[in-house]
Ligand binder design. Structure first.
Ligand code: SF4
Ligand code: SF4
Length: 346
């Protein structure tokens, strides 16, 4: 890793250069909630002034730009004797600006499933290959427990990563492309004083975490507590709305449907993200539902996040962003459920 210092004026110049030839997605304020707290989303921007890098979190994660909620896998058209199919992968360059460490970790986890496992997705890979990622450090978000999962800092999965030192950014450079892009603006070498400031900033962020979750031995504990009443307690609150999976940066389950036009001359194979909390998620041909109860479905989601994924990839799927906890109308959230399960052991 290389490090440089970038004055904020120069950073603005850098963003303007990137805007000239790329689609730029960045955090943008979209409103305020009932308590007056600002709400942000990752959205396309056309000028530097639209970007708010001081954002706490976004309602939806950056996953949306790599794994859209809905996409055409292919379209096809029939003529009298033949048929033609069209498959399009995204090729246009895209800059993802201002991603937090947990969202970068989430993409690295999705890579394991969608870019490297038995059935890599060319649609996902095309978007990943054409994305230039600039991350940024931030103060802990409400209920975020990424520090407990080691996802509050990140060492790869980005091109440039910024830490705000007041008048300037401390920039971690992780790729050749990141280095070459940075050559287009003026940077400074890092002094000992800058390094000291950077480490103090990192420590202050780390110390500010309020939510801690003990995930040690959690996969084994989940195996032991498979029949725990905790699943009924939380499952009975669940509305089976699926919102938690939609905002989660690492949930990737989906369904595929065939949409054929009324005249039978054309059609599309459409992929749509799905949630294991939805009532028909485990319904199979013939109508049998393997998980008809909401507590079983809620349990399944937690077992995939904190047990099944660990078995496959030696790490939890969850990055601790608590988006699922914030969006849930029933106030179901990972820290409370995990603590409840741990209490069962006492
Ligand atoms: S846990 Fe909450 S957000 Fe998720 S399906 Fe249940 S009610 Fe909806
Ligand atoms: S399960 Fe919840 S806390 Fe974990 S990554 Fe998904 S949204 Fe974030």
């Amino acid at each position: 890793m290389l490090f440089k210092l970038l004055d904020k004026d120069e950073f603005k110049n850098l963003v303007n250069i990137l805007l000239q030839s790329n689609e730029v997605i960045a955090p943008k304020q979209v409103g305020v909630n009932v308590t007056g707290k600002t709400l942000h989303q990752y959205l396309p921007v056309t000028s530097f002034d639209e970007i708010d890098l001081t954002y706490e979190t976004t309602q939806y994660s950056a996953k949306t730009y790599f794994l859209p909620y809905k996409e055409n896998l292919s379209t096809y058209r029939f003529d009298e004797k033949d048929w033609k199919q069209e498959i399009r992968y995204r090729q246009e360059p895209r800059v993802m600006l201002g991603l937090h460490a947990c969202d970068i970790h989430a993409l690295l986890k999705l890579d394991k499933v969608l870019a490297r496992d038995n059935f890599p997705s060319p649609y996902y890979i095309a978007r990943r290959k054409n994305a230039f990622i600039i991350g940024i450090d931030h103060e802990p978000c409400e209920g975020g427990f990424c520090r407990s999962l080691g996802t509050d800092t990140v060492n790869n999965g980005f091109d440039l990563f910024l830490t705000d030192l007041g008048e300037r950014y401390f920039v971690s450079i992780n790729t050749d492309l990141g280095y070459r892009v940075l050559l287009q603006v003026k940077t400074k070498d890092v002094t000992e004083e800058d390094t000291r400031k950077y480490l103090l900033t990192r420590k202050s962020i780390s110390d500010a975490f309020q939510t801690h979750v003990n995930v040690q031995n959690l996969p084994n504990l989940l195996d032991l507590e498979f029949e725990s009443k905790v699943w009924n307690k939380w499952g009975q609150k669940c509305l089976s709305c699926g919102s938690c999976s939609m905002v989660c940066p690492t949930c990737y389950c989906y369904g595929v449907t065939e949409r054929v036009s009324m005249d039978f001359k054309s059609g599309a194979k459409v992929k749509q993200l799905y949630s294991c909390n939805l009532v028909d998620f485990a319904t199979v041909a013939g109508g049998h539902n393997f998980r008809p109860n909401r507590e079983t479905r809620l349990k399944y989601r937690y077992y995939h996040q904190h047990r099944g994924f660990v078995e496959s990839y030696d790490e939890p799927k969850c990055v601790g962003c608590n988006r699922c906890g914030r969006v849930c109308l029933a106030e179901i959230n990972p820290p409370d459920i995990i603590r409840d399960i741990q209490m069962e052991e006492r």
